[in-house]
Ligand binder design. Structure first.
Ligand SMILES: C[S@@+](CC[C@H](N)C(=O)[O-])C[C@H]1O[C@@H](n2cnc3c(N)ncnc32)[C@H](O)[C@@H]1O
Length: 285
């Protein structure tokens, strides 16, 4: 809940600390700005200009929830949790704070919190439908709607581990909110990820060079801890899971809905596909 993580949140306008007010119906900052807590339990922390875009739609979030609930990405969630647990183990923080940027449904963050005693989670996403799920994803998650590109509404050096799973990265802000001994654990889709679906459905593939681009953006803010780790495993997907996978990804926006439905209907009942991503650990440079 928000009250468990309010001590690390910051006013998006001026960065001053926030506290709960009026029975958790709003958060107020030291400088007097006030942010209403939605009845579903999340808070929107956006500066004067508001949010630039909406992020994932309600349909995409529902598709994501359905797909992830089948456990197809279990090796990804386990690897992320394992790395975060290693980082927290070293820090000895009593109530460590894990921030997930672009947290979606909270699938990864909930798993991580379940595995680390006493940990608290900030689930941040720009999408309101995602935030509604995040707010009830786990008793120790506080859900925040914010734009990662605009800046993170968190205090300096307030986070023990930060995770980003297939979501936007803002290295300057990551370096600002990470404690000195903290790390960012980042999962990047790698070229070839779910490639078997690309041709039959006419959807976009993952471009090469994602890691190199991220390293260039991170220069001066973050540096690698060890080598990037390639995670690759086979998954058997039924047609409903394939439809959910397509529905939760930007691919859905590139092919007309009727055409996509026809192509999905022509697929075999099951397909064997390859999941492929790079797991990267970074710390402040
Ligand atoms: C591919 S999804 C990944 C969701 C989740 N990490 C997962 O793997 O299940 C990307 C997420 O980032 C969010 N997002 C997109 N742009 C964002 C931004 N500028 N700031 C915060 N979140 C953003 C989307 O709404 C979406 O939930």
């Amino acid at each position: 809940m928000l009250k468990d993580i309010v001590d690390v949140l910051a006013d998006p306008v001026d960065g001053t600390p926030l506290r709960c007010a009026d029975d958790l119906s709003r958060l107020v900052s030291e400088s007097g700005h006030s942010y209403d807590v939605a009845r579903q339990g999340y808070v929107t922390l956006a500066g004067g200009r508001g949010l630039n875009h909406e992020g994932d739609s309600a349909e995409m979030v529902t598709a994501r929830e359905l797909f992830l609930s089948q456990g197809h990405f279990a090796p990804f969630v386990e690897a992320v949790t394992e790395r975060v647990a290693e980082v927290i183990d070293k820090s000895h923080a009593p109530e460590p704070v894990v921030l997930e940027v672009g947290a979606g449904t909270g699938y990864y963050l909930s798993h991580t919190l379940d595995s680390i005693d006493g940990s608290r989670g900030v689930g941040m996403d720009i999408s309101v439908p995602a935030a509604k799920l995040l707010a009830k994803a786990h008793p120790r998650v506080g859900a925040v709607v914010a734009d990662a590109w605009e800046g993170l509404p968190l205090l300096d050096a307030s986070v023990d581990a930060l995770t980003v799973i297939f979501a936007p990265r803002n290295p300057a802000e990551f370096a600002r909110v990470l404690r000195d001994d903290a790390e960012a654990v980042i999962l990047l889709a790698d070229q070839g990820h779910l490639d078997e679906l690309r041709e039959p459905l006419g959807i976009l593939g993952v471009k090469s060079g994602k890691l190199e681009r991220m390293m260039r953006q991170a220069e001066g803010y973050l540096e690698l801890v060890g080598d990037a780790e390639l995670l690759e495993f086979p998954i058997r997907l039924d047609r409903a899971s394939i439809a959910a996978q397509v529905g939760m990804s930007p691919s859905a926006r590139h092919v007309e809905a009727g055409v996509l439905r026809e192509r999905l209907a022509r697929l075999p009942e099951f397909m064997d596909v390859t999941a492929r991503a790079q797991l990267v650990r970074m710390r402040k440079s």
